[in-house]
Design a protein around this ligand. Structure first.
Ligand code: PEP
Length: 248
């Protein structure tokens, strides 16, 4: 069985001015250099689009990858305010987060739109990080698994492989709230997702992962890393999460 390299990804969302972003990644870059290769995971920074160029320049050669937070499905055209997958790749991105609940719920993105965006990411050579997750009402109604499976069925193009796609299971009610799913619920949902996705795919957990709870959540056998929002904005907190996978 192929080893699934762990991944800790920071989703900065709409946070950070140039100086904050530069300081944060300079610190992370120093810590990676000090750790000298004993990290046990891949690291990804997904700053806002305004910081991709500058942050990408600082991260060059650091071993920390760069990702976008969304992309348009078209390669170019009359889409004011949007960014194409090709533009992200041109800035040095290797990954893009797609279908985040803040896009699904805040911008009305549908599974079909997310699927087109994933295809666009692949067209540009990017790895797509597909976010799925149920709302609190859906979990309380006993529909959590059905909701997530339906999102997977509707959002993943048929050409999916483990090399091109990462899944992030993020219960909507756990994002930015300080609440986390129980370890039993996380393990069960990850196992369900694994049964319905390509062999060897990485499945991250996201939803209020922080320095205090990371060692419990990230060491679950079905969890291949984390998508981290709030705690990725603080170098010490993000680094503590990365260190969950330290090999020495
Ligand atoms: C996210 O935005 O993907 C996320 C998980 O946020 P937070 O860690 O702040 O809950």
């Amino acid at each position: 069985m192929a080893i699934r390299t762990k991944l800790v990804a920071g989703n900065w969302k709409m946070n950070g001015l140039r100086q904050d972003g530069a300081q944060l990644v300079h610190t992370l870059k120093e810590r990676v250099a000090e750790a000298g290769g004993a990290l046990g995971c891949d690291i990804l920074a997904c700053p806002p689009a305004t910081l991709l160029s500058e942050v990408g320049g600082i991260l060059a050669g650091s071993g920390i990858a760069l990702g976008g937070q969304d992309c348009h499905a078209a390669p170019k055209g009359p889409y004011t305010g949007d960014i194409s997958a090709e533009m992200l790749a041109d800035l040095g991105c290797s990954h893009v987060i797609l279908g985040h609940s803040e896009r699904r719920h805040g911008h009305g993105e549908t599974d079909a739109e997310v699927r087109d965006k994933i295809a666009a990411a692949w067209r540009a050579g990017l790895v797509a990080i597909l976010c799925v997750g149920e709302t609190q009402a859906q979990r309380q109604a006993g529909d959590a698994v059905e909701t997530v499976m339906s999102q997977l069925a509707g959002s993943i193009p048929c050409a999916a492989t483990a090399a091109k796609l990462v899944i992030a299971y993020e219960p909507v009610w756990a994002i930015g709230t300080g609440l986390t799913a129980t370890t039993e619920d996380i393990a069960a949902m990850h196992a369900d997702i694994r049964r319905r996705t390509p062999n060897g795919i990485r499945i991250l957990y996201g939803g209020s992962v922080n320095a205090g709870n990371c060692s419990t959540i990230l060491t679950l056998p079905e969890v291949d890393g984390a998508l981290v929002g709030g705690a990725s904005l603080n170098a010490d907190d993000f680094w503590a999460i990365v260190r969950s996978y330290a090999t020495e």
